[in-house]
Design a protein around this ligand. Structure first.
Ligand code: 5MM
Length: 342
């Protein structure tokens, strides 16, 4: 059990993470994911190129204007910039909260080989203790939900919800705000209603599991998907339809004590992720803050612009800050094409 004082602190951190006009940068790609991204861009993937890539983002001028926190990977939280300053210190000095991914990836679910569960509960309290000492103020755990023939199964939803709740409990006991991330994948050709149903089912299971595990709902941040059609679905949806479908689920399922939700981009283009977040916030006022915790939708253009070359850092930072600013406007429902093309 956490004390009322501890709960107050967790809530204050959660509020800081989704403060109006600010959101999160997901820079927690594991080495394997970095390798894939870098190889595709023709950039060698070494500890030093990964470090240089992260330095580009964390030292972007005035990053703290738009970014409230950065999710780091185990390797990254221990690294320093080329001037010798620890990344954690650089972020703190910029007013940005350092966070840490604590899940250890996915594995096949026993009894349902086409579905996944998340690894990382073993030894989690000890790892959280170390991450707190290294400066982490929040953590992240991602569960993925697959839509398909007969999927998701109730068993998979229940297992993922239970694991997310157990993780969240450990985080709060360590004084760390858990980002609770159930992601309904955009892979395949299912339509928006299939995503809506799966999203409603996992969120219902999740909030029941959080309650059962005694997790303080006002001391977490939810990070889930928008309700969207799959990448290969012929029937596209407008930002207004996506906003209505997403908020329709949220209004049914999210408790009012929840401080905020920070969306993942999940394979949407950079501009789609911004437009859709903006459409959601244009439907406000809402009981919860609707912010962003984007990986690809904040990084894609910056990565291409950087291309592994030191001389491209200022241009890549400019591209990143532009996306960060556009998403900042979207958290306020103030994004427009005119701002995009300024
Ligand atoms: C940054 O990507 C994270 C996944 O990395 P690994 O696959 O290497 O673990 C991911 O968890 C990310 O934080 C979220 O899915 C949101 O990222 P997107 O790119 O969907 O906005």
């Amino acid at each position: 059990m956490i004390t009322a004082e501890q709960q107050k602190k967790l809530k204050a951190t959660a509020e800081q993470m989704v403060a109006p006009g600010r959101g999160l940068l997901a820079a927690d790609e594991s080495t394997g994911t970095c390798e894939k991204k870098f190889t595709k861009a023709g950039i060698p993937c070494t500890e030093d190129t990964r470090r240089a890539y992260r330095e580009l983002f964390f030292t972007s001028p005035e990053i703290g204007k738009y970014i409230s926190g950065v999710i780091l990977y185990d390797e990254t939280i221990r690294q320093s910039a080329s001037n010798g300053k620890r990344f954690v210190e650089i972020l703190e000095n910029a007013g940005v909260l350092p966070g840490i991914k604590v899940d250890q990836g996915l594995k096949e679910m026993e009894g349902s080989p086409n579905e996944k569960v998340t690894k990382g509960l073993d030894g989690l309290p000890e790892r959280l203790k170390e991450y707190a000492q290294l400066g982490a103020k929040f953590a992240k755990w991602r569960a993925v939900i697959t839509i398909g023939e007969g999927l998701p199964t109730d068993a998979n939803l229940k297992q993922n919800a239970k694991d997310l709740a157990e993780y969240a409990k450990h985080c709060q006991e360590a004084g760390i705000v858990p980002i609770v991330e159930p992601e309904v994948l955009m892979d395949g050709s299912h339509d928006i209603s299939a995503c809506r149903d799966a999203s409603e089912r996992i969120l219902t299971a999740l909030f029941a599991a959080l309650k059962k595990a005694d997790v303080a709902t006002d001391g977490i941040i939810l990070k889930t998907n928008m309700v969207v059609p799959a990448k290969e679905c012929a029937q596209k949806a407008t930002p207004k339809e996506i906003a209505e479908a997403t908020l329709g689920v949220f209004k049914k399922v999210l408790p009012k004590e929840l401080v905020g939700q920070a969306f993942l981009s999940g394979g949407q283009s950079e501009e789609e992720a911004t437009e859709n977040l903006d459409a959601i916030n244009k439907k406000g006022p809402l009981p919860w803050k609707m912010s962003f915790s984007y990986g690809r939708a904040l990084q894609n253009t910056a990565l291409k612009t950087w291309n592994g070359k030191a001389e491209n850092v200022p241009a890549a930072q400019k591209a990143f800050l532009h996306r960060a600013k556009m998403n900042s406007l979207a958290t306020l429902g103030k994004y427009s094409k005119a701002e995009e093309n300024k």
